[in-house]
Design a protein around this ligand. Sequence first.
Ligand code: SF4
Ligand code: SF4
Length: 311
Amino acid sequence: MSDKKDRFEGKLNIDDLERSVIEPREYGKEDRFRFRCYPGIPCFTKCCSGVRINLTPYDIWRLKNRLQMSYDEFLNTYTIPSSIDRTPLPIVVLKMQEDEEKTCPFLQGPEKGCGVYEDRPSTCRYYPVGRAHMRKVDEPELREFYVMIKEDHCLGHKEDKEWTLQQWREDQGADDYDEVTKDWLAVVIKAKSLGITEFSKQSLDLFFMVSSNLDMFRRFVFESRFLEAYEIDPETVERIRNDELELLKFSLQWLRFTFFGEGDFKVKEEAKAKAAERQKLLAEARKKEFEQREKKAAEDLEKLKSMRGKK
Ligand code: SF4
Ligand code: SF4
């Protein structure tokens, strides 16, 4: 289900966990392992307290729909703001209860287990498998592989049920989750692999909106000049207006385009010209402000010199 460290949606970097709990081996999709988790196993739900669970955009969408809440209601009730490990990228994490064990709010007790099982977050879904990315100095591309997390309290590894890693992913619905969030993950992985640690406030605000609150993104698209700025065909506009999951995927594609220019969004020529004009005005305003500051500094210096001369 989950561990006591920041496992970031199963796409952990090896540094994210204590090395002692990660088996020192790279797994491929056809590699086999033994594991079984079921109600009745003595450790059942032991992994559902004292955990940090980062929520992806798809996790939030599934959970708020299951709980029949608006985004604002869900975020206010069940999350706290945080950031993705080793980046300033803002996300939300599941808010654990205030009891001594810091129990997950969705745990329904040691017998019943997870109360949102079909819509449990990616982190819980992928456990005990983690997806990792690494690039050696002489490799041009990031390489993806899997790791196995083996924590002492988790007895599932002692069971006989054998899987290939791909069979496990299919059983847990991991491929579906990855498919929806692939553009969002591409942004995160690229930011991490390029070691980008500084983003403008505007970029961070956009990232947070797209990652956490689709209601806000919907208003951004349909109640601002968004549709005037991009060439988007009418069918797509209708699709994202009427289908929330399509809007979610669209938002993640747009985020990727906005952050790294990847994807087939086209900014309208008119909007480009307006943006260039805005940049020009901004640059002129900054230049003017700089010149005024320099002039003021020169005047202050002159005043100081003349005061010294009088003494
Ligand atoms: S969401 Fe479900 S599986 Fe995940 S920690 Fe909470 S109770 Fe456990
Ligand atoms: S087997 Fe592992 S994942 Fe399953 S309940 Fe036990 S500790 Fe949690």
